[in-house]
Design a protein around this ligand. Structure first.
Ligand code: MN
Ligand code: MN
Length: 321
């Protein structure tokens, strides 16, 4: 990077002229929009909107994911110096018009209305013919987001990376909000095509996974992430894919900043290979959730999440080059 760039590029979240391009402002200063994209509610000419959903009122154990979007944004500030590694020179920041659409605003004390607010928020983005990548927030946010995507694309192939399947039975989906049941309700509402969906990295017991294939963490370790990606590509086929990445899919050694950690998970290196080798899937949307900065150490969980989000941008753009 040219030293001149770091002096002249300042607060690109505000001052960026176009929507495309790398960013060479000092990684440690300025307004940390995600990947130094323009921070705006204007979706004119936009391909992908990144949005934060700082909601953590549905967790089983430790909270703190309401602080996730801010931490992920800050962790992303070094990434736009270069195209992402491992993508044969493909540079989504230079080829796609990406903006930071900011966070969903909501009344923290009115959790009952939250799912509908979030669904409408995502629907506004999709109605502008813009893709949405969401930064959580706990995993309950994926249900309203899936509702918005299914309304546009029909039943989705779900790729869920997670320690948990989140298919625990939900006895009251009208009034309960639970990060451990979003997938159960999504299946019951027909939002996802179970025959085209797969869970990766699982290491908790579930009695009935509703027909969704489970590729547990042990299989990733034994068969390798590239072989697992090949299997997942076969499962999802040509269907529109929604990819939800619960950061606790990673081992707590790589992602300590999360609410319900379970040992034996993927390394960040395995996740990077797995995501890269999904290239070619028909990704229509995705999220990275469950980053809890108060439990993070050295910001490593937020760094992992920022990289996952970048990979989602690559996966979205790759077939559209
Ligand atoms: Mn989980
Ligand atoms: Mn989850």
């Amino acid at each position: 990077m040219a030293l001149e760039d770091s002096k002249t590029q300042v607060d690109l979240a505000l001052t960026r002229e176009g929507l495309k391009g790398l960013a060479h402002e000092n990684a440690f200063g300025g307004i940390p929009s995600f990947l130094r994209r323009r921070y705006t509610k204007d979706l004119t000419g936009v391909d992908v909107a990144i949005t934060g959903v700082p909601f953590d009122q549905a967790v089983t154990n430790r909270s703190g994911t309401r602080l996730g979007p801010r931490a992920i944004r800050e962790a992303s500030s070094l990434q736009p110096f270069d195209p992402p590694y491992g993508w044969d020179g493909y540079s989504p920041l230079e080829e796609l018009a990406i903006v930071d659409y900011g966070d969903l605003a909501f009344d923290y004390a009115q959790t009952g209305s939250f799912p509908e607010l979030l669904q409408a928020h995502i629907e506004r983005i999709l109605a502008a013919d813009v893709a949405a990548i969401s930064l959580g927030g706990d995993h309950s946010i994926t249900l309203p987001i899936l509702r918005a995507h299914a309304a546009k694309h029909g039943p989705l192939a779900l790729i869920q990376v997670d320690a948990h399947t989140d298919t625990w039975p939900e006895f009251d989906p009208k009034t309960r909000i639970d990060h451990g049941t979003f997938c159960y309700t999504a299946v019951k509402e027909g939002l996802i095509d179970v025959a085209r969906s797969v869970h990766v990295g699982i290491r908790t017991v579930v009695e009935d996974n509703l027909g969704i294939e489970i590729i547990d963490a042990r299989q990733v370790h034994e068969r390798g992430p590239s072989a697992i990606a090949e299997r997942v590509r076969t499962v999802v086929g040509e269907a529109p894919v929604y990819l939800s990445f619960d950061i606790d899919g990673l081992d707590p050694a790589f992602a300590p900043g999360t609410g319900t950690p379970v040992w034996g998970g993927l390394s960040s290196g395995q996740a990077a290979i797995f995501l890269r080798d999904l290239a070619g899937i028909n990704l229509v949307g995705g999220d990275v959730v469950e980053v809890s900065p108060p439990f993070d150490t050295g910001g490593i969980t937020a760094v992992a999440a920022a990289h996952v989000a970048m990979e989602l941008l690559c996966l979205w753009g790759w077939p559209r080059r």
